[in-house]
Design a protein around this ligand. Structure first.
Ligand code: DGL
Length: 271
């Protein structure tokens, strides 16, 4: 049993899609969330900058005495080295492994699509994991760099004309490749799930990485002796690196019924 909170971070608010699932699956757990809203997006940056940011985010969460760290960010998950994660004083998980496993489980025709930020797609992380699980799979991977700013600016209402055009621009080739499963490889993208689903067709299974990572974490807590023993009453404390106002505007969109909890601004570059 461990009463410490679970630490979750993302470059911005996308990781809240994982928090939402953690709240649903583990309502008794306390969570500390850090969203680097002052430096989002990470996905268009180079590897060394992403690593520097990820290390600061992790140091901040460790300073909050967390018992587990989840990188609820496809970009960090694809960049932060396993060997470095293994040296952390608490267990660490990203989203790539859980999402790839879920996709490998549901595909029937072994044709899969992966979309993500430029850094995620460049890293080849999802493709490598999928090929390990399904060596004969055909995989089409595409970077969709405009999706994150669209989501962070709330352009997610069903039928939004700008977002629709961008989806068409990025996903026509993926749709035409005949995939039956599409990994939404960035934790912001599930906010566009309805519109992406309408475009690629209802027969294509969409994999939500934050959700899959939350399910994987929930199943590991008790075997690791880290569950806090409560079945409800968990709290969430949010930290952001830019003004909390934007967070307040968008939190219901991301968290739905689980919105609420204190939001505080911190200076992440000092970590
Ligand atoms: N949610 C992050 C991810 O999953 C967004 C990336 C970004 O900041 O560009 O990749």
């Amino acid at each position: 049993m461990d009463k410490r909170p679970i630490g979750v971070f993302d470059s911005g608010l996308g990781g809240l899609t994982a928090v939402r699932q953690l709240r649903r699956l583990l309502p008794g757990e306390d969570i500390v969330y850090f969203g680097d809203t002052g430096r989002v997006p990470y996905g268009s940056r180079g590897r060394s900058t992403i690593l520097q940011y990820a290390r600061q985010d992790i140091r901040f969460l460790l300073s909050r005495d967390v018992k587990f760290i989840m990188a609820a960010c496809g970009t960090v998950s694809s960049t932060y080295p396993d060997e470095e994660a293994a040296q952390l004083p608490v267990p660490y998980a990203g989203v790539v492994d859980a999402a790839a496993r879920a996709a490998a489980k549901v595909t029937k025709n072994r044709r899969l699509g992966v979309i993500g930020t430029a850094a995620t797609i460049r890293s080849g992380s999802y493709v490598a994991r999928l090929h390990k699980l399904l060596p004969d799979a055909e995989i089409i991977a595409r970077a969709c760099p405009l999706f994150v700013p669209l989501v962070e600016n709330g352009f997610v209402d069903d039928g939004n004309r700008v977002t629709k055009l961008v989806i068409e621009q990025y996903l026509t080739e993926v749709r035409d490749a005949g995939v039956d499963t599409l990994i939404l490889g960035c934790t912001h993208y599930p906010l566009l799930k309805k519109m992406i689903g309408d475009f690629v067709g209802e027969e294509v299974r969409l994999i939500d990485p934050g959700k899959e990572a939350a399910i994987a974490l929930a199943s590991r807590l008790t075997p690791m002796g880290l569950e806090n023993g409560r079945t409800q009453g968990g709290t969430v404390h949010y930290y952001v690196s830019d003004t909390p106002d934007t967070f307040a505007e968008l939190e219901t969109l991301f968290l739905g019924q689980y919105a609420g909890g204190p939001v505080q601004q911190i200076a992440i570059e000092n970590c």
